[in-house]
Write a new protein. Sequence first.
Length: 289
Amino acid sequence: MSSSNGHVSELGAFLKARRTELGPAEVGLPDAAGRRRVKGLRREEVASLASISPDYYTRLEQGRRQASAPVLDTLARVLRLDEGERAYLFELSGRDAARPRRRTSQKVQPQLRRLLNDLSTTPAVVLGRRTDILAWNAMAASLFTDFAQIPEKNRNFVRLVFREPAIRALYADWEWAARMTLAQLRMEAVRDPKDPRLAELVGELSLQDPDFRRWWGTHRVAAQRSGTKVLNHPVVGPLTLDWSFLTSTDDPDQQLITLTAEPGTTSHDGLRVLASLTVASADRPAGDR
């Protein structure tokens, strides 16, 4: 599939125009006042937010690279494009602007599976659409719960936060954690409002949990890429863990979430103890669908 030279040139100009209209604060990036030489976002900042390489994004702006539909969809979200602008972006790229139906069952990406297996001392999970839990490692099971014992159709992080007593008790401030998790689910609803499984999940939790029903009605949204969880683990005690996620380049709807602690802290020591207990308890493989 090819674009005319005019379309290629316009695509680069369009991307540049949109990123120069966005300030760092609008996308959750630090803004060092007076130190920026360019207006708006830098190329490397857009690339980071879209989970693509700076070189890849630079070649897109320069008309030297064709973007796939998933990458275009991610860029549309990063650049805060409305529906008309998104359609225009796809048209310039010679792609069908119709949103993929995304109804097929997700399977964890092989590279994420390998990475999970290598993280022997770091709790990690792979989340898919609707915060479905696609895969996890042994440390994540030791930290949160044995996901393998939960029916596959119920392996959803939002559902567990609201409906699983052990997960509820794990959070030092459950209400804050639940509100943030729900706000991230609201972002999923914005991105794919016609997803029947998401509608089913929201309807089910609205009926089962009054807190979910009340907070869902506030329409709060969040799209965090990192944060901190404060947990009260029943075995190793209090843990303050920093979490961050890595988005799969092959499937932007899959995200690897890792939890780590600052070296030298009691939380770091607690994770080391948890890791030793995990190894001692069983040499079991990571789970997945």
